[in-house]
Structure formats: structure tokens, C-alpha cells
Design a protein around this ligand. Structure first.
Ligand SMILES: Nc1ncnc2c1ncn2[C@@H]1O[C@H](COP(=O)(O)OP(=O)(O)O)[C@@H](O)[C@H]1O
Ligand SMILES: [Mg+2]
Length: 466
């Protein structure tokens, strides 16, 4: 198993790259949402008036009293800020309880840090009214403080508020702020989409790289088959006179298999995978064709007794086949059909028995395999999914080697591991794996090819002298 983090990071980056439509969509949605919010927010205007707090020392200008006066101003300024937003003050500016409450809510007050300057900001739907209200607040506040801070009626106030800057009519609304809305929306969209990608990365446990597959199955990746959009209609590589890249992929799989053991190639090769739809039949049939093209005597056996599909791939009749031979009803020579040019021999599944795994694991099957491998250069066996039924595991023991197919982006990593373990416990010899359905853009198609060359030089080297 691989444990290298860089590979994980790399696969995360690949995932992010594959997820760009999600990111783009979320950004577009966020932009639209921010425009909508901006358009639907009624504009409000803010006008600010600023005031200075000063304490009177009534002409006594000693340093001590000046200091005390300054201290008093600093102390007062904070409580004045609270007073600015009071309903009592608001009631002096507007008449009516409700209006006063609303105005009080629309006033914010703050102190310019480290100074005795107070600011009151009034927001309103109307810019002129906002300025008028702010100035009225300033004026009324000055008066209110004048009354509050008077030690006795008739005495001068000890603390005084002086208007510093009058509020001006604001030229642009304080809210909505389109750019701020847009920035927030884009930020949230990026955050959410990267979370989504991360979650997908955690959930996305499917095999997507050759290295991953090699580590999981603990065996070489012998073939990388690209995704073929046309495969459903034309599942075989016989078209285009075998010049397609798909045909090339099967040829290099064929070559890799030839390097597998000293005697040349395994005589019987079981093709299986963890689940249905990963390309067992398509790999088995195309590999058989690729091998037949070199002039070998190749037999393709349909041992998927759950969902036999070799006949439909090759367009042959599959009523009589393997099961009939195993039951002794038909002679192998009569059940095997010849297909295509150069000729490929095919043994269809035959009648579907009630106990496929028993039949496939039987002594009879083993004997049949022995006979067939003597007659043919290679017997390729298509099987049922390993993780669903025991058929393939039962058959594995009577085959020389097993080819495990995994589907790019679909076959889960743990399934590959489980399949490999199952094969090991059935004493099967895993020749290697095939990564099928690899998107052309993924880089793996080419990569797989170069890996094959590396394999040849590394694994072949000791055999050359044999
Ligand atoms: N490399 C590929 N690209 C596109 N489609 C494929 C590829 N390999 C197989 N298919 C299609 O996927 C489907 C399932 O493949 P099949 O070989 O029948 O899977 P299995 O035998 O594992 O159930 C078939 O329709 C087949 O044509
Ligand atoms: Mg199949």
C-alpha cells in the first residue's frame, strides 16, 4: 500500500482541477446572488456630525485644575456616546414615540480614540433628511449636556459640547455596497466550494491513478485502457483494422502478459474484477482478439454464468457451451465456435445452472482446463464479479494467472484490495491489473504506457539470460 502524502496531495489537486465546473458555477451563482441582494436592498444614507467635549475651569487656569478638567472630559466622553443613542435625545429631535424610537435606532455614536471628539452618525433613506437629523441631534445634544452638567440652575455648565463639524448631505449611499457584497459572496462561494471539494476528496475513494492501483493490488498494472465513448455500440477493437489507440492499448497489454513468466505466457488467464460493469468481458474479448492477431491459438471462455455476455459482444449463438461440456452432455470440440479472422475460438457459457460456483470449482472444470490449455496457446476466461459471487475465486485455482480489472473513477480502492485478498486466499496468481475507462485527458493513458516500458526493462532484465 502506498503511504506517501505527496501522492494524496497530487490526487487532491487533480480532484480540484476536475472540479473546476463546480468552482465556476459557485462563483457565478455568488455573483448573481450579490447583485440580487444589492438591487433589492433599499439605499440608505449616513450623515455624521462631530462634537468636542470640554470641561470648564471657569477662568481658574492653574495646571491642576486644567488637568482635572481634561480628565473630566475624557471620563465624560464615553458616557456621552451612550447618551447620544438614547431615546430621550431622539425625542428632542423628532416628535412622536415611534419616530423617536426609530431615530434612536438609526443613530450610532463613537469616540475618536484617545480624543475627546464624539461622532454621531444618522442613517436614513433620504440623504438630505439624514444630514438634517444628524445636525439636529448635534444641536439637541449640546443643549441636553448643557442642562445635565449644570451644578445648579443658573450656574454655568461644568462640561460643554461644541459642534466641530456639521453633517453634510451624503452623496453616495452607505448601503448597499455592491463591491463589499460581491467580495463577501465570492469569498463564501470559494470557501464552500473548496469545502465541497475536500469532502468529495474524502468520499472519493475510487481508483484514479496507475500507482494507486499498483499499490492496492500489489501487482503490476499491465494495461491502461482509455475511455471509449463508442464502446457500447462497438465494443471490439476489430474496427479501423486495429489502428485505434484502443487496439494499441490491448496490444501493449498482450505484450506485457508475454513478459510475465519465463516460459512465455501463462496458458490460462482469468479475467475478473470486483463488480459488474468494470470491463471484464470487454477486456477478455479484446485481449483474446489482440492475441489471436499474433497467430496464437486463443480460446475465449465465457465463465460468467451470472450474466454471460461474450455471445452478445461477438454476435454469436451462446445456447450451448461450457456448462453443457461440464455436465458431459456435449463434447468440447462441438461446443467451441470459431470467430473472426484470424480465427478466435470461443466457448460460450451454455445453459445457466442453478449452482455456478460449484460447477466452476469442480474437479471436472479443472480437468477441462487442463485439456483446453493443452490444445490452445492461451485460454482467456471471462468471469463474474469477484466480490458478488464466489465463481471467479473458485475458478482462479484452476487458472495459471489472473488479470484484475479496475474501472477508473468508479472502482473503490477498498474493493481492489478486497479482490486481491480474495484471489490470494484462493491461491490464485495475480498476474497484474488493468485500469479501464481512463479518461484521455487524465494523463494516465500515456503514463501507463511509459510504465509498461519501465516494467519491461526492470522486470525483464533478469529473465533475458534464462
Ligand atoms: N474502456 C471503455 N470505455 C468505454 N466503455 C467501456 C469500456 N470498457 C467497457 N465499456 C463498456 O462498459 C460496459 C460494461 O463492460 P463489460 O466489459 O461488459 O463489463 P463487465 O464484464 O465487467 O460487467 C459495456 O457496455 C462496455 O461496452
Ligand atoms: Mg461481463
Amino acid at each position: 500500500m502506498k503511504g506517501a502524502d505527496p501522492v494524496d496531495l497530487l490526487s487532491y489537486l487533480r480532484l480540484a482541477r476536475r472540479s473546476w465546473p463546480v468552482i465556476l458555477l459557485s462563483l457565478v451563482l455568488a455573483t448573481a446572488a450579490s447583485f440580487l441582494v444589492t438591487a433589492r436592498t433599499p439605499p440608505t444614507y449616513a450623515a455624521t456630525v462631530s462634537m468636542v467635549v470640554s470641561a470648564h475651569d471657569e477662568g481658574k487656569t492653574s495646571t491642576a485644575t486644567a488637568y482635572q478638567a481634561a480628565l473630566l472630559s475624557v471620563q465624560r466622553v464615553k458616557s456621552y456616546a451612550a447618551l447620544l443613542t438614547s431615546r430621550k435625545l431622539a425625542a428632542r429631535v423628532v416628535s412622536g414615540d415611534k419616530e423617536a424610537r426609530r431615530l434612536a435606532e438609526n443613530i450610532t455614536a463613537d469616540v475618536v480614540p484617545d480624543t475627546v471628539i464624539l461622532r454621531a452618525t444618522v442613517t436614513d433613506r433620504d440623504p438630505v433628511r439624514a444630514a438634517w437629523l444628524a445636525n439636529a441631534v448635534g444641536t439637541q445634544f449640546t443643549r441636553l449636556i448643557g442642562q445635565i452638567e449644570r451644578p445648579a440652575p443658573g450656574d454655568p455648565a461644568t462640561v460643554k459640547i461644541t459642534l466641530l463639524d456639521k453633517a453634510e448631505v451624503p452623496s453616495s449611499p452607505a448601503s448597499p455596497r455592491p463591491l463589499v457584497n460581491l467580495a463577501i459572496a465570492l469569498f463564501v462561494a470559494l470557501l464552500l466550494s473548496s469545502c465541497a471539494i475536500a469532502v468529495r476528496g474524502i468520499m472519493d475513494t475510487a481508483v484514479t491513478t496507475v500507482e494507486e492501483l499498483r499499490g492496492l493490488a500489489d501487482g503490476p498494472v499491465l494495461g491502461v485502457i482509455g475511455y471509449e465513448p463508442d464502446a457500447r455500440r462497438h465494443p471490439l477493437i476489430v474496427r479501423h483494422e486495429g489502428r485505434s489507440s484502443r487496439a494499441e492499448a490491448f496490444r501493449s497489454l498482450r505484450t506485457n502478459l508475454r513478459f510475465l513468466n519465463v516460459d512465455g505466457a501463462p496458458r490460462s488467464l482469468l479475467v475478473t474484477s470486483s463488480l459488474p460493469g468494470e470491463g471484464k468481458t470487454s477486456v477478455a474479448a479484446n485481449l483474446a482478439i489482440a492475441m489471436a492477431q499474433t497467430g496464437w491459438r486463443v480460446l475465449l471462455v465465457d465463465a460468467d454464468l451470472r450474466r454471460p455476455s461474450v455471445p452478445s459482444y461477438l454476435g454469436i449463438e451462446g445456447a450451448v457451451g461450457l456448462t453443457d461440456v461440464l455436465l458431459g452432455d456435449v463434447d468440447p470440440a462441438d461446443a467451441v465456435q470459431s470467430w473472426g479472422r484470424p480465427s478466435l475460438s470461443v466457448l460460450p457459457s451454455g445453459r445457466i445452472p442453478p449452482n455456478p460456483s460449484e460447477l466452476l470449482g469442480s474437479q471436472g472444470m479443472r480437468g477441462l482446463m487442463d485439456r483446453l490449455t493443452q490444445k490452445y496457446d492461451i485460454v482467456i476466461i471471462d468471469t463474474a464479479p469477484l466480490l458478488l459471487v464466489t465463481d471467479a475465486a473458485a475458478l482462479a485455482a484452476s487458472s495459471d494467472a489472473v488479470l484484475l480489472v479496475a474501472r477508473y473513477g468508479k472502482t473503490r480502492r477498498e474493493y481492489v484490495t478486497r479482490a486481491a485478498e480474495l484471489l490470494a486466499s484462493a491461491n490464485a496468481r495475480l498476474a497484474g491489473t488493468v485500469l479501464n475507462f481512463v479518461p484521455r485527458k487524465s494523463g494516465e493513458v500515456h503514463y501507463g504506457y511509459s510504465e509498461y516500458q519501465a516494467n519491461v526493462s526492470e522486470e525483464r532484465a533478469p529473465l533475458v539470460g534464462v
